[in-house]
Design a protein around this ligand. Sequence first.
Ligand code: ZN
Length: 275
Amino acid sequence: MGDVNRFAMNQITAGPTWGFAESLTRYHALGIRGVGVARERLLEYGLEAGARLLRDQGMSVASYCFGGLFADATGLRLNERVDDFRRMLDEGAAIGAASVVFLAGGLPDGSVDLAGAQERALEGLSRVIPHARDTGMTIGLEPLHPSTCAFRSVLVTTGQAMDWIEQLDNAPELSIVFDVYATWWDPNLEASLARANGRLSAYHLSDWLRDTQDPRLDRGMLGDGCIDVRSITRWVEATGFSGFHELEILSERNWWRRDPSEAAATGLERYEALV
Ligand code: ZN
């Protein structure tokens, strides 16, 4: 049975209704002590004030979302994104985040050079690793579902994330943000997770709806779809992961249209019953 002490809410799940402070207060009132912080909400509220509020409420930051997008950035834009990710590592350190979430980015407009896009992501990563070391932060590589490869993430499986980490000399500053929504379909999932032993820094939960209408923004509530969350959680825990189980639902069709308290309360209830 899911333990509330391991449960976290990602602020994105609240949709546009709640800002940084309101989501913290509301989640805290439900007994939740972990939060996935959305960068734009934190910066809108103010980094220092946000860090203070997290401390005052005793909330831990399960993950800090998100930066990177190096793969589709060419020339000077890649430099800008690298600099921006370094700033994000500073921010992550200020709020004590378990990891700063890295999304690879897709292909540049008009490009068919998938290998080149992947190389740019790796090159950018090699440039931010020293700053992760200096700030004591870990960079969490988050593979996304392959349907997002063109525009969002050329990193699509857990095995590929491990390949990248190996290509970057197994830098201890690199970890994996494992999201069931992105990875549940992978026939090699159990073996890839075994290979990722000791490398997971965050765990994102939601469900894949059979009739999904959008692979990015139509995520389902735990228990409403076809992901075997209990088995996958067992494999995740077998890697030695002991962090938060974080509910992250992007849902234009359903949850973002409702009172965000409902997603939090239902999520916690389902988590306790299903995970
Ligand atoms: Zn995620």
